[in-house]
Design a protein around this ligand. Structure first.
Ligand code: PLP
Length: 388
């Protein structure tokens, strides 16, 4: 069944007693037992809550996994997964990783004896070269932030299988609607549900899908033991967002394609990073492996002063962190999202003082382009009357 159909119907058949079309919010901490040694299947909401379970089954279905898990945030999900490893273990990791994930690895988990090697995961040979005898996993972002490098998930999963490593894919920027890493051989997918899956900039959540049942049992043990679970209200909001994932992303991608082309022609824009543009290095790979190119764009302007002008003068487009929602946001990665990456590394990766990032929403593309145009100072070549 198509993902658009599956997503729209999450939780639909949950409440057989009343036939409620949406899953109820089971705002309860605990559940009554029918008898001694008996359970309804629910005992205590950290261990299992029906609203959260509807969401967990939903993400498992969308991703083709044996089981899904919902956490209080994307970071809580990633932190929980990293408990699969023990002191002495080593992981190979995407170098332009989400800043918060980098902070968790380098400032916290290293204290517990884990070690990390950062490589360009869009290059499978770089990954192969970083594997050591004590390497246990690859943690890769399928589409990176903010420079939108594309990982060959099929090739990396095959490499992981060959070397006995777990392949964990942070698929936040693409979602299962655009890429299904478990189908390509990955073991675990992880999402900041805060972004495209919820899609409305109104909820913080994290989601995981695990391909194999034995590994899923282990992740369940960790989820229940640590307890960073998603509450029923936020689980419900995440489900509500996920139901419209396909229509939102279709529109967001269409808008992003138009804006990327407009930026590419702008005289004050030096470079545009959008995998939907044919000259992007990941264009062909995504065209082959995914259903689309997503709706994140990064671009370099020709002058540092212009960065501030654009950030302060956009009106429709909000200067804010986060991404993936229906509202278009613009951010300055060097300061806003990647401050925890060491400056020298940031510079090498190209996260510099003229780089801006757009998360394109569902507004009208002409309105968004007009807003960017006035924020730039109206210096683009406007089409003359009758020219379009
Ligand atoms: C936002 C984000 C996270 C962290 O998720 P939170 O919900 O903010 O905790 C992890 N990975 C990526 C790629 C993200 O964009």
């Amino acid at each position: 069944m198509n993902i658009a159909t599956q997503a729209a119907q999450i939780g639909l058949d949950w409440d057989t007693r009343t036939g409620a079309v949406t899953v109820p919010i089971y705002q309860t901490a605990t559940f009554r037992h029918p008898g001694l040694g008996q359970s309804t299947g629910y005992d205590y909401s950290r261990s299992g809550n029906p609203t959260r379970q509807a969401l967990e089954e939903g993400i498992a279905r969308l991703d083709g996994g044996a089981r899904g898990f919902a956490y209080a945030s994307g970071m809580a999900a990633i932190a929980n997964l990293l408990l699969l490893f023990r002191s002495g273990d080593h992981l190979v990791v995407t170098e332009d990783l989400y800043g918060g994930t980098c902070r968790l690895f380098d400032q916290i988990l290293v204290q517990y004896g884990l070690s990390f090697t950062y490589v360009d995961t869009s290059d499978p040979e770089a990954v192969r070269g970083a594997i050591r005898p004590e390497t246990r996993a690859l943690f890769v972002e399928s589409l990176t932030n903010p420079l939108l490098k594309v990982a060959d998930v099929a090739a990396l999963s095959a490499l992981c299988r060959e070397r006995g490593l777990l392949c964990i894919v942070d698929n936040t920027f693409l979602t299962p609607y655009l890429l299904r890493p478990l189908d390509l051989g990955a073991d675990i997918t992880v999402y900041s549900g805060t972004k495209y899956l919820s899609g409305h900039n109104d909820t913080v959540s994290g989601l995981v899908a695990v391909r194999d049942q034995v590994l899923a049992d282990r992740v369940y043990f960790l989820q229940n033991s640590v307890g960073a679970v998603l509450g029923p209200q936020d689980a419900w909001l995440t489900i509500r967002g996920m139901k419209t994932l396909s229509v939102r992303l279709d529109r967001q991608q269409e808008n992003a394609g138009r804006i990327a082309e407009w930026l590419a022609r702008h005289p004050r824009v030096r470079r545009v990073f959008y995998p939907g543009l044919p000259d992007h290095p990941g264009h062909e790979l995504l065209a082959r492996q995914a259903r689309g190119f997503g709706a994140m764009i990064a671009f370099e302007v020709d002058d540092k002063a212009l960065v501030e002008r654009v950030l302060l003068n956009t009106e429709l487009i909000s200067f804010a962190e986060s991404l993936g929602g229906v509202e278009t946001l613009i951010t300055f990665p060097q300061v806003q999202t990647h401050a925890d990456i060491p400056p020298a590394v940031r510079e090498r990766l190209g996260i510099n003082d003229v780089l801006l990032r757009l998360s394109v929403g569902i507004e009208d593309a002409d309105d968004l382009i007009a807003d960017l145009d006035q924020a730039f100072g109206g210096e683009s070549q406007r089409p003359g009357p009758g020219n379009r």
